[in-house]
Design a binder for this molecule. Structure first.
Ligand SMILES: [Zn+2]
Length: 179
């Protein structure tokens, strides 16, 4: 845990006091995120501000930024992602309250009255990861499309596979029935 940041906080109390946190955390302290990363080195910087909105809801606003190393799903090499993600959460106690929230904010359900600050940061970074991470075309070591004839090993080149015409199959079936 870094520099005196409380681990669990009471969001209602913090919102009434308009508390702000600005800190950084080692990525290795975020195990759920690290499960999706190639490298656990580096840190994430974040800012979290607790406040009440015009409807007296508890809101947590801020942002988190980090450089994350994930695996390119095309070449399986390392891919560096610069993430800078805005946070806008509304604290709710039961799932049903989520339906009444304004569109710009996401619900965070706090059941036991406490929320873990690093979970907010970690969840936001996980949401910022692309479903399928890939290098930009020019930066990927696996280029396909215009490299025909270069005889790259390892590229599955199964264009020879013939797909039998379904009508031909039907015709053959029919002829065996007839005979
Ligand atoms: Zn790649």
């Amino acid at each position: 845990m870094s520099s005196g940041l409380p681990e669990f906080v009471d969001p209602w109390r913090l919102a009434d006091r308009e508390r702000r946190f600005s800190d950084a955390v080692q990525l290795s302290e975020l195990p759920r995120l690290c499960g999706a990363l190639l490298s656990e080195s580096g840190e994430a910087a974040f800012r979290l501000e607790f406040m009440r909105d015009e409807k007296r809801r508890v809101r947590i606003k801020g942002n988190v930024s980090a450089t994350l190393v994930v695996q390119c799903q095309r070449c399986l090499g390392a891919l560096q992602l610069d993430v800078d993600s805005a946070i806008d959460l509304a604290v709710i106690e039961v799932e049903e309250e989520a339906e009444r929230l304004p569109e710009e904010c996401d619900p965070v359900v706090v059941e036991e009255g406490l929320i873990r600050l690093l979970d907010i940061v970690e969840d936001e970074l996980i949401l910022a990861l692309p479903q399928v991470a890939m290098h930009d075309p020019g930066e990927c070591t696996m280029d396909f499309g215009d490299s025909a004839g270069s005889g790259q090993p390892g590229l599955p080149e199964n264009s020879e596979t013939t797909v039998e015409n379904p009508f031909a199959v039907l015709a053959r079936l029919k002829s065996t029935q007839d005979s």
